[in-house]
Write a protein that binds this ligand. Structure first.
Ligand SMILES: [Mg+2]
Length: 262
C-alpha cells in the first residue's frame, strides 16, 4: 500500500513540476491553478491585513471628503464580491470538484446567502453612516440575486443594504451606466473594489498592455478616491491571458505559458 502511495505521490509531483502543457488525460487538474490563490485568500493574515489597510485608508479619506462642499449628497460606491463579501468557498468548490465556473454552481452558492464579510468591510459601512455618507452597492451579480444578497449583507451586519442602494447587472457588465445613474442624484466621493472596472470605464476593455497606460494616468487616485482590494483568484485581469481559449485545458496552458521565468 505504501508503495502505491509513493508512486501516486511521485506522479503527482511530476505533474505539478512539468513545464509541458497538460493534455486531455490531465484535464481534472485544470482548476488546480486556483489552489495557491484561494489558500492565500483564505489562510493568510496578510490578506486580512490588506483588507483592513484598504478600509482604514477609506475611513481616513472619507473624514476629509465629507468636508468638501457638494451640491448633491455624498456617497461611497462599493463593489460586493471580493470587496465586501468573501466568495472564496465557491472557488474552493471548483478546486475540489475539478470544475470551471458554471452559473448553476454560482447560483447554488449565492442562494445560500452565507458569504462572510471581508475584514473591515462592515465597520466601514457603519463608519460612513456615522458621517452621514450613504454606501451604494454596484455589483455584477444578476438582478435575480438581489433578495438573497440583501439577506446575506444584512445577516453580516452591513449598513445601507436595502433595495434602493443596490445596482446589479441588467444587460451589460460595464458599471459605467450605473455609476452615471447614481451620479444623477449623488456625489460619488470614493469607490471601493477589487477590479479596476469598479472604478472607471477606461478599464472596461483590456488587451494586456494599454490598460497599464490608463492605470498610470490615474495613479494618483489609488489610495485616494479609489481604494483597491486584493483578489488573486479571478478578475478582468485574466481576460487578455485566456482570450481565444475554448476549454479550461487551453486556459490552463495559456496561463502557464504566460508566466515569466528566467
Ligand atoms: Mg468584485
Amino acid at each position: 500500500m505504501k508503495r502505491i502511495f509513493g508512486i501516486v505521490a511521485v506522479a503527482a509531483t511530476l505533474l505539478l513540476v512539468s513545464s509541458k502543457p497538460i493534455g486531455k488525460d490531465q484535464e481534472s487538474v485544470a482548476s488546480d491553478y486556483l489552489i495557491q490563490a484561494v489558500l492565500w485568500y483564505q489562510s493568510s493574515p496578510e490578506m486580512q491585513a490588506l483588507y483592513l489597510q484598504g478600509f482604514n485608508m477609506a475611513k481616513t479619506n472619507l473624514v476629509s471628503f465629507v468636508k468638501d462642499q457638494t451640491d448633491k449628497p455624498k456617497v461611497v460606491v462599493v463593489d460586493i464580491d471580493e470587496t465586501m463579501l468573501d466568495n472564496s468557498p465557491f472557488e474552493g468548490r471548483l478546486i475540489h470538484t475539478g470544475k470551471s465556473f458554471k452559473p448553476e454552481i454560482w447560483k447554488e452558492w449565492s442562494d445560500k446567502a452565507k458569504a462572510k464579510a471581508l475584514p473591515g468591510a462592515v465597520d466601514f459601512t457603519r463608519f460612513a453612516k456615522s458621517l452621514g455618507v450613504r454606501v451604494i452597492y454596484i455589483s455584477n451579480r444578476d438582478t435575480s440575486e438581489i433578495a438573497g444578497t440583501l439577506k446575506n449583507l444584512n445577516d453580516e451586519g452591513f449598513e445601507f443594504a436595502v433595495k434602493e442602494n443596490v445596482f446589479f447587472k441588467t444587460n451589460e457588465s460595464s458599471k459605467d451606466a450605473r455609476r452615471k445613474q447614481v451620479s444623477e442624484k449623488y456625489e460619488i466621493v470614493m469607490l471601493i473594489g477589487d477590479n479596476l472596472s469598479d472604478f472607471s470605464t477606461v478599464f472596461d476593455k483590456r488587451d494586456g498592455s494599454s490598460e497599464y497606460a490608463r492605470l498610470n494616468e490615474l495613479k494618483s487616485q489609488f489610495g485616494y478616491r479609489y481604494i483597491i482590494l486584493p483578489n488573486p483568484t479571478y478578475g478582468d485581469w485574466e481576460k487578455p491571458i485566456t482570450k481565444g481559449c475554448k476549454s479550461e485545458l487551453e486556459k490552463y496552458n495559456a496561463r502557464k505559458g504566460k508566466v515569466v521565468g528566467f
